[in-house]
Design a protein around this ligand. Structure first.
Ligand code: F6R
Length: 608
């Protein structure tokens, strides 16, 4: 989604803004722009496409000025053109915006009647004109900004500049995050701490409804009623982590290969290996034995982690789980039993639909547990308990290490729930903890399959459609495999529970439809093999991901087989995710797509 940067600095800010915007590239964008103020003049440069295009323009026509705002735009209203790129101007005001202004149509009509003309199709331009309208009517910049934000409906993070003022910037937040960064005689605005990391690690996050005024020698935060409020300033750990690709070609590749390490961090946090038990998480204000039902909500990859967890909570803790994607859950008016427990899963902790589901659950009296990567995020802050996944910054838009860390944490919580609910004996818990502790070592083994998977991916990249099949926890994993392939390589992929094949999808099978089957040798392996035979009988090409025993028992002539190490059942979803990630990564590489920032996608989806 869009990214925002603002700098009130001491030296020319345009190149610094571009540098900060580069750190927001991972969020996904399709155009970018910068505006500065100098000598009573507002100036801007914008460009369609990647930041290199904007940089080129800045090289040709440098922007001077020690105060400026910048933006990477992920198009919502209006195509990704230069005219629609931010900053948007009115005669004396410049604005950048992340989010969606839901009432922009009536506001646009009002402003058109008042004589303003619009140069873009965006919802954002109304903000520039509204503030300008206020100024034209004699309001101070402060008052004009306040009047404007009071009228806006929807989601927004804003940074605003004025033509006449080279020591004044405003920010506002309702929904998408916005942080003030504190420097020495300098102040910054940014969508997240990573954007501001070259400048400072001292960060103040605005709350929803807050707006702020920045001048070089200080800042003030106000609530929506205009009362001065104080917000905590924190030292961001994320900010000190320089995010680079190391020796890898892409962040996605780096993040796939980081998995043994980050999964190990996550497990050390949740498991007490010496005692053979799941730790009681510090500050966990609830006990799984207090609840008779659990609801899980999330989006995309995080929702597939939730679907795997449903099998685990039901199997190991006998705790029934309702799971839904957050965009459906939030509007379903679902009755929730009083004092229930809701888990929300989100890498970014900012996904708008997941946040709305969290708020719905809270309103319905649920306790909230958040499984998040970003510990400073809105979802984390609004939850009763935070379960960090400790994956470190995930920059590749396609989620990889966050997924396996989410699964690692959820597996630990399901075991904890099993013990607390009296469904697992001490010995069973010890056994499961021991099995989970094998995950990092086995993940390193699985990564050795890279070359074989690269070759398979080369073949796969010639097809237009791919089917993924699995049963039990491998069914959500099949969905994750299909999602990953779609996102990174743009190959159409679908996933089915293997048993559903006969109920329709089998009609699709012919020699042009490769089928990826995820089937470790387990209690339902034979059933999956029957489904594979049905595919083979119709000329379908099979890629089977299994283990030694599975490969032997399946005896599928003509199938291409990825042989995974032997492993306990509980960790198969974590580790079988890795070949699926590699398959998508290499398919994308062979097709030459933009692996880390696939078209149309955003890392942090802060609008619904
Ligand atoms: C897929 C992917 C998305 C996210 C989804 C939720 O690779 O990254 O499907 O999983 O947008 O994002 P978070 O976890 O940040 O809430």
């Amino acid at each position: 989604m869009c990214g925002i940067v603002g700098i009130l600095g001491k030296k020319p800010v345009a190149p610094l803004i571009v540098d900060a915007l580069k750190r927001l590239e991972y969020r996904g964008y399709d155009s970018a722009g910068v505006a500065t103020v100098e000598g009573g003049k507002l100036d801007r440069l914008r460009a369609k496409g990647k930041l290199v295009n904007l940089e080129q323009r800045l090289d040709e026509n440098p922007l001077s000025g020690t105060i400026g705002i910048g933006h990477t735009r992920w198009a919502t209203h209006g195509a990704p053109t230069e005219e629609n790129a931010h900053p948007h101007f009115s005669s004396n005001v410049a604005v950048v915006h992340n989010g969606i202004i839901e009432n922009f149509k009536p506001l646009r009509e009002e402003l058109t009647e008042a004589g303003f003309s619009f140069a873009s199709q965006t919802d954002t331009e109304v903000i520039a004109h509204m503030v300008c309208h206020g100024i034209n009517q004699g309001l101070s910049p402060e008052k004009a900004v306040h009047e404007c934000v009071k009228k806006l409906e929807g989601a927004f993070a804003l940074a605003i500049l004025f033509r006449e003022h080279d020591d004044l910037m405003f920010g506002a937040r309702n929904g998408p995050p916005l942080a003030i960064g504190h420097g020495e005689g300098e102040l910054f605005l940014g969508s997240d701490a990573i954007a501001l990391s070259p400048f400072t690690n001292k960060i103040t996050y605005l709350d929803d409804g807050d707006w702020c005024k920045l001048e070089r020698d200080g800042y003030t935060v106000y609530d929506i009623d205009g009362n001065e409020v104080s917000r905590e300033t924190q030292t961001s750990v994320g900010a000190s982590l320089m995010v680079d690709k190391g020796n890898y070609r892409h962040f996605m590749q780096k993040e796939i290969f980081e998995q043994p390490e980050v999964i190990s961090h996550a497990l050390v946090h949740y498991l007490d290996f010496a005692e053979g038990k799941v730790r009681d998480i510090e500050g966990q204000p609830f006990d799984f034995s207090d609840f008779e039902r659990l609801s899980i909500t999330a989006c995309g990859t995080a929702s597939y982690a939730g679907q795997v967890a449903k099998y685990w909570f039901e199997r190991y803790a006998r705790l029934p789980v309702d799971i839904d994607v957050a965009s459906e859950f939030r509007y379903r008016e679902i009755p929730l039993s009083p004092n229930g427990l809701a888990l929300v899963i989100s890498q970014s902790g900012e996904t708008a639909d997941t946040l709305a589901s969290l708020r719905y659950c809270k309103q319905e009296g649920q306790k909230i547990g958040a499984i998040v990567n970003a510990k400073d995020s809105t979802i984390a802050r609004e939850s009763d308990a935070i379960f960090p996944i400790l994956a470190g910054p995930e920059i590749g838009v396609a989620s990889t290490k966050a997924f396996t860390c989410q699964l690692s944490v959820l597996a630990a919580l399901a075991i904890q729930a099993g013990r607390k609910r009296g469904k697992l004996s001490q010995e069973q818990e010890e056994q499961l903890v021991q099995e989970l502790s094998e995950t990092p070592r086995l993940a390193s083994e699985v990564l050795k399959l890279e070359e074989q998977i690269d070759n398979l991916a080369r073949d796969l990249s010639h097809y237009k459609h791919v089917l993924f099949l699995g049963r039990d926890t491998n069914y959500p994993l099949a969905m994750e495999g299909a999602l990953k392939l779609k996102e990174t390589s743009y190959i159409h992929a679908e996933a089915y529970a293997a048993g559903e094949l006969k109920h329709g999808p089998i009609a699709l099978i012919d020699e042009e439809m490769p089928v990826v089957v995820i089937a470790p040798y387990d209690h339902i392996f034979e059933k999956t093999v029957s489904n594979m035979q049905e595919v083979a009988a119709r000329g379908g090409k099979i890629i089977l991901i299994t283990d030694e025993r599975g490969a032997k028992e399946a005896a599928m002539d003509g199938a291409q087989i990825i042989i995974m190490p032997d492993m306990p059942q509980i960790i198969t979803p974590i580790l079988y995710a890795i070949p699926l990630q590699l398959l998508s990564y290499y398919a994308a590489l062979h097709l030459g797509t933009d692996v880390d920032q696939p078209r149309n996608l955003a890392k942090s989806v802060t609008v619904e």
